[in-house]
Write a protein that binds this ligand. Structure first.
Ligand code: FAD
Ligand code: SF4
Length: 421
């Protein structure tokens, strides 16, 4: 267990497991996109069979160590826990994490003989890795291509504090050594052309391109893009940001980068600048609480007008916003208040306003107006034999939803290979 011990000790885990009501319809399991058999693994903890608990979680989910730490359980399993009607929900994610922290990877997964046909998986994030593992468990050889490294966003951008290096490396090692026939570290530039060499292709390239802020001043020294910054810090380099940082955005990426910059230098002022109010922040509650604990401050109802400075940033001009009626998604619209602009003095602006797929790699594959890949019920794209899943299909979502897509696509690929369509 070492340095990264679970948040629960054995006794606390046993007490938490006792709280489960073992509902006959297991709403938690239905709500977990990876369909982890939650009541069963909790029952195993209760009876002291930790290895059995591990096998149950690991068979359903290829990235259990990562999700045990960063899965937004308040959106999924825990949100429907019946125990909340009595007092408070069972801490399912903490039990999930306890299982992974207190056991070694299970060897039980049976890996059948390899097929002759090979499948190419493009993008080794949660969706691609889930698909590769599932295919391999069904006896199909899999080669994986990634422009950077195995693991996708969790490995490249989520901070070591939230998911330690040791944990990620252990998980990646298991996947690479047991389930992937070959890893190619290269950027694929024409995904469809892989069909000439492989029986099927799964695209799981996520959202590598960062959206820009359409205002003056983005070319000034001191303007950064959030995800690039996260990759820099994660690779062990200094962020290069100044003393007064404004992070523009209200999603998980904005909150993550704000926390990372405070952790890098706790004396640095870091303010999240957001057009709406705290209620509309799209980041996970746990992450917002952690950022606030680290000393991140917020400037709500502020619409960026332009970044000020001659060559280097010296401020961000914003207009005050007011909230209006709710839109179709239930979030309040906002509008600028007349003659309300003011300047936030800053030496660094970090842009965290959205992400999208690359434009140059999907020749001949149908996409929506926002660039996301369109798929049918069986995750197949408009190009026969080419399947897709994860963020490149759904837009920015979560690790466990990408895992669900990868598993579903693997089933569809097997059916396609068996039927030839
Ligand atoms: C900063 C940040 C924090 C987040 N925090 C959380 C969290 O706490 N909990 C949570 O559940 N989710 C979180 N998410 C969301 C989660 O990381 C994503 O939903 C998930 O990683 C999507 O998985 P994916 O496999 O679709 O794509 P990705 O994880 O993006 O993986 C795509 C992979 O494809 C590779 N690639 C891209 N283009 C090519 C190409 N042309 N050729 C070859 N390879 C290519 C990339 O290098 C990458 O490895 C966070 C996201 C970000 C950005
Ligand atoms: S993967 Fe996420 S939703 Fe599923 S059991 Fe674990 S914490 Fe809950």
């Amino acid at each position: 267990m070492g340095e990264f011990e679970s948040t629960l000790n054995r006794q606390q885990a046993a007490i938490e497991a006792e709280r489960c009501l073992y509902c006959y319809d297991a709403p938690c399991e239905a709500k977990c996109p990876a369909h982890v058999p939650i009541p069963e693994f909790i029952q195993s903890i209760r009876s002291g069979n930790m290895h059995g608990a591990r096998v149950l979680v690991q068979e359903a989910h290829p990235l259990i160590e990562i999700c045990g730490r960063i899965c937004p359980e308040e959106e999924f399993c825990q949100s429907v826990c019946t125990r909340a009607k009595v007092d408070k929900p069972v801490r399912i994610r903490e039990l999930h994490r306890f299982v992974t922290d207190s056991t070694d990877a299970a060897e039980r997964l049976d890996i059948p003989a390899e097929s002759r046909d090979r499948v190419a998986v493009v993008g080794a994030g949660p969706a691609g890795l889930a698909c590769a593992r599932e295919l391999r468990l069904k006896g199909i050889r899999c080669e994986v291509f990634d422009a950077r490294r195995l693991g996708g966003v969790p490995a490249q951008e989520v901070s070591w504090n939230r998911c330690p290096r040791e944990v990620q490396e252990r998980e990646m090692h298991l996947l690479a050594s047991k389930f992937i026939d070959e890893v190619h570290i290269e950027r694929v530039t024409d995904v469809g052309s892989l069909m000439r060499e492989y029986a099927a292709v799964f695209i799981a390239t996520g959202l590598p391109a960062e959206s820009d802020l359409p205002i003056d001043g983005v070319e000034l020294v001191g303007v950064f893009h959030a995800r690039e910054l996260l990759r820099t810090v994660k690779a062990g380099m200094a962020s290069g940001t100044g003393r007064r940082v404004g992070v523009v955005g209200g999603g998980n990426v904005a909150i993550e980068v704000a926390s990372v910059l405070r952790q890098e230098d706790p004396t640095r002022d870091v303010t999240v600048v957001y057009r709406r109010s705290i209620k509309e922040l799209k980041a996970f509650r746990e992450e917002i609480d952690e950022a606030t604990r680290l000393g991140v401050t917020y400037q709500f109802l502020a619409i960026p007008d332009c970044i000020l400075g001659e060559t280097h940033v010296n401020g961000l001009q914003v207009t005050q916003a007011r909230l209006c009626e709710e839109d179709e998604s239930g979030r309040c619209r906002f509008e600028p208040l007349p003659a309300s602009s003011y300047v936030i003095p800053l030496d660094t602006v970090v842009i965290a306003v959205g992400q999208r797929p690359d434009d140059d790699v999907f020749h001949g594959i149908g996409r929506s107006s926002s660039g996301l890949i369109k798929v049918g019920e069986n995750m197949q794209t408009s190009m026969p034999g080419v399947f897709a899943g994860g963020d490149v299909v759904s837009g920015a979502r979560t690790v466990v939803e990408a895992v669900r897509d990868g598993k579903k696509a693997a089933d569809a690929i097997v059916a396609y290979m068996a039927g030839g369509k």
